[in-house]
Design a protein around this ligand. Structure first.
Ligand SMILES: Nc1ncnc2c1ncn2[C@@H]1O[C@H](COP(=O)(O)OP(=O)(O)OP(=O)(O)O)[C@@H](O)[C@H]1O
Length: 666
């Protein structure tokens, strides 16, 4: 593993830097490829921005506030505080363009800080601001790596476990009363073991086994034994899901994060919303208003610029005004006016300081009263959370977060419970080298083989798939340990439609349509693949499903390749509610029917990144009642896992051949 923390830190810092550079590069190439308007529509550029204000910020850095013409609202965008942006005029790819960090953002303005004075054009009209890098998360990962270098006693304990220097520790399993009476045996076992664990616990939850349900029970039990609890995930969607489940269980939850990134329904739980109800915050607002009034008043007095103060310091100005005297030829009324300006300034400073303190109090009050604080891993590293510490941390979808991302919340605690499934897709890593050197291997995956049985539980009962859909992934990925819950074991399309169809065979949970005479192609300038014949067969299949009265919103079309997503969307343009996505886009979701277009079909029998079987696992475990696979068995059979899959459908399911040239679609 790692010799010491210093080598651990060096290893991961390097990988984070590689990934950071790659993201920057990708932004550059997107700027090259998209028109300015297209990039603005994607939320990664702001066009026609004008300087509104300028000044100096912390450390005398240059600060510029930009707004749209006539103060129009900024369009929706992905740019946020902490990100690196590039400012340009007509030449967005000029290497000389200055970059700055966003330090403030409102609906109407964006304020950026530059370490050196930016070129003149930045101060002119109609400049363009491009997101250059979502930098803040990388910075927080690097900070977390640094923090653990000088750990507190508590952090030291978890650090040793991360390095594999010491085995995880535990107490006896407590006797507890489980709140959610639906929980099954392995879920209850996971909750009890998680309570006994002192530092690390892993909940391994294959598809549909109730990872989040179990994690929520574990959170509730930790809260009720008096722990302060932080719950995180990498994505906002996953955090929102936790917030919703905890709220439904009657828990006091605070969701920290930019309200724009939180689902509308859950905005009431955001910190921004909750602090507004506190007395302290209302007083802070009043105090701020007073300060703004004084700022207006101050405008009517003379600012003590060099021209008027003529070398006098603030105290000298005030002393002269008190004595009704002047000096250095400054008119007396100017002396008095400057003194007034200075007096107001000190009152204004005091008021702003007071409102800041009050706001901080309001925040601490809300956080202290919360039973569970929920944020993304990245936001756990925000300034707001700087001084917050928690007895235990729960990370959902932990196999979707890189190790440095998990470290951000880990620095705030000495116990972490993670839920995930390393047999499904890992986080997306952009940089090939970072991927190969280990950024793709999650902390969960690294730990699961190194901790003993007391520190992990496999959830074995799944509530999604008909057992025939479950059977293949069960054998291939989960050592046959999964069982289908009785309520789903035999469910099929037959239960939701009275119609029959020879292509769909509603009684059969799994179908393989073997394509004949369709082949893949690689679109020009792309690494992706598409297969027109499979798209036609998919269309035919969907038409038949709809004829059987299956709601399009209950059908998902999945394919591993982006280019095939485009092809399928062209083929099936106007079916409302039908979702067509890549495998990666469907992780964590489910539908009654899933149609998978496997795409690869070539004389070389090359299957490319289909070989990552975690992708296959995710694709085939999204279906509840019916899984329809479309592929070229000749190409796919070269790989053992696909060969087993096809053999399985041939012997246990519904297998047929189809030539896309000969089929008719509507
Ligand atoms: N013990 C149980 N009894 C009945 N239903 C359950 C049980 N546990 C979980 N479920 C149901 O199973 C479904 C999946 O649960 P949950 O979202 O917690 O799973 P997950 O493992 O996080 O899902 P995914 O595999 O999609 O990530 C939900 O509809 C949930 O209500």
């Amino acid at each position: 593993m790692f010799q010491n923390y210093s080598s651990y830190k060096k290893h991961f810092s390097k990988l984070v830097e590689l990934e950071r550079k790659e993201e920057m590069e990708r932004h550059r190439s997107e700027i090259k490829e998209l028109s300015p308007r297209e990039r603005e529509d994607k939320g990664r550029a702001l066009l026609n921005m004008n300087k509104r204000d300028e000044g100096r910020g912390v450390g005398q850095k240059y600060k510029i506030k930009f707004v749209k013409n006539r103060g129009r609202e900024l369009p929706d965008n992905e740019i946020s505080v902490g990100d690196l942006v590039m400012i340009s005029k007509n030449e967005p790819l000029n290497p000389e363009n200055p970059t700055g960090t966003v330090i403030e953002q409102t609906n109407h303005s964006i304020t950026t800080e530059f370490t050196s004075k930016p070129p003149r054009f930045v101060f002119s009209k109609e400049v363009r601001i491009d997101l250059y890098l979502n930098d803040i998360t990388y910075q927080r990962m690097l900070e977390a790596l640094k923090k653990l270098e000088n750990p507190t006693d508590k952090q030291k304990r978890i650090q040793e476990k991360l390095l594999g220097q010491k085995k995880p520790e535990r107490n006896n399993k407590p006797k507890i009363e489980i709140y959610n009476d639906k929980l099954n045996e392995p879920q209850i076992e996971a909750v009890r073991k998680s309570l006994a664990a002192s530092d690390i616990f892993l909940i391994h939850g294959p598809p549909g086994t109730g990872k989040t349900t179990t994690l929520v029970e574990a959170i509730e039990q930790h809260v009720d034994r008096g722990d302060s609890v932080l719950a995180t995930a990498d994505s906002n969607v996953a955090v929102d899901n936790l917030v919703e489940m905890l709220y439904k269980r009657g828990r006091e939850v605070v969701r920290i994060g930019h309200p724009a990134r939180v689902t509308n329904r859950l905005k009431q739980h955001t910190l921004d919303n909750l602090i507004q109800k506190t007395k302290e915050y209302q007083m802070a607002e009043k105090t701020r208003k007073k300060a703004f009034k004084l700022l207006e008043k101050q405008d009517r007095h003379t600012y003590p610029s060099g021209r008027w103060r003529r070398g006098l310091n603030n105290k000298a100005i005030k002393d002269l005004a008190d004595k009704d005297e002047t000096s250095r030829g400054i008119p007396l009324d100017k002396i008095k006016s400057m003194a007034k300006w200075l007096e107001l300034q000190s009152q204004i400073d005091q008021l702003f300081n007071k409102s800041d303190r009050l706001e901080e109090k309001a925040i601490n009050k809300v956080l202290d009263e919360a039973e569970v604080v929920c944020t993304t891993n990245s936001t756990a590293g925000s300034d707001l959370m700087e001084n917050q510490k928690f007895d235990s941390l729960f990370i959902d979808e932990a196999t979707q977060s890189t190790e440095p991302s998990c470290l951000i919340p880990i620095t705030k605690t000495d116990k972490v419970v993670m839920a995930g499934d390393h047999k499904q897709l890992p986080p997306t890593i952009l940089n090939e080298k970072a991927k190969q050197k280990g950024l793709k291997k999650t902390l969960f995956e690294r730990m699961i083989n190194n901790v003993g049985n007391h520190h992990k539980t496999l959830l074995t009962i799944q509530y999604r798939m008909n057992q025939k859909i479950m059977s293949y992934p069960n054998r291939e990925f989960y050592k046959n340990k999964l069982k289908a819950a009785p309520q789903v074991k035999r469910h099929s399309l037959k239960d939701i439609t009275n119609k029959t169809d020879s292509l769909i065979e509603p009684r059969q949970p799994i179908t393989f349509i073997d394509t004949e005479g369709s082949s893949e192609r690689q679109p020009e300038g792309s690494n992706s693949r598409q297969n027109k014949g499979e798209a036609r067969i998919t269309r035919k299949t969907i038409e038949r499903l709809i004829d059987m009265d299956i709601e399009p919103s209950e059908i998902g079309v999945i394919t591993p390749y982006d280019a095939q997503v485009d092809q399928l969307r062209q083929e099936l343009p106007d079916i409302k509610g039908l979702e067509i996505k890549t495998v990666d886009g469907f992780q964590g979701r489910e539908k009654e029917v899933i149609v998978v277009s496997l795409v690869r079909s070539n004389p070389e029998q090359e299957i490319g990144f289909l070989r990552d079987l975690r992708r296959l696992n995710v694709a085939i475990t999204r279906a509840k009642r019916k899984l329809i696979l479309i592929g070229d068995s000749e190409t796919l059979r070269t790989d053992k896992a696909y060969r087993n899959l096809i053999n399985y459908v041939q012997s246990q399911g519904h297998y047929l051949k189809m030539n896309p040239e000969t089929i008719k679609t509507k």
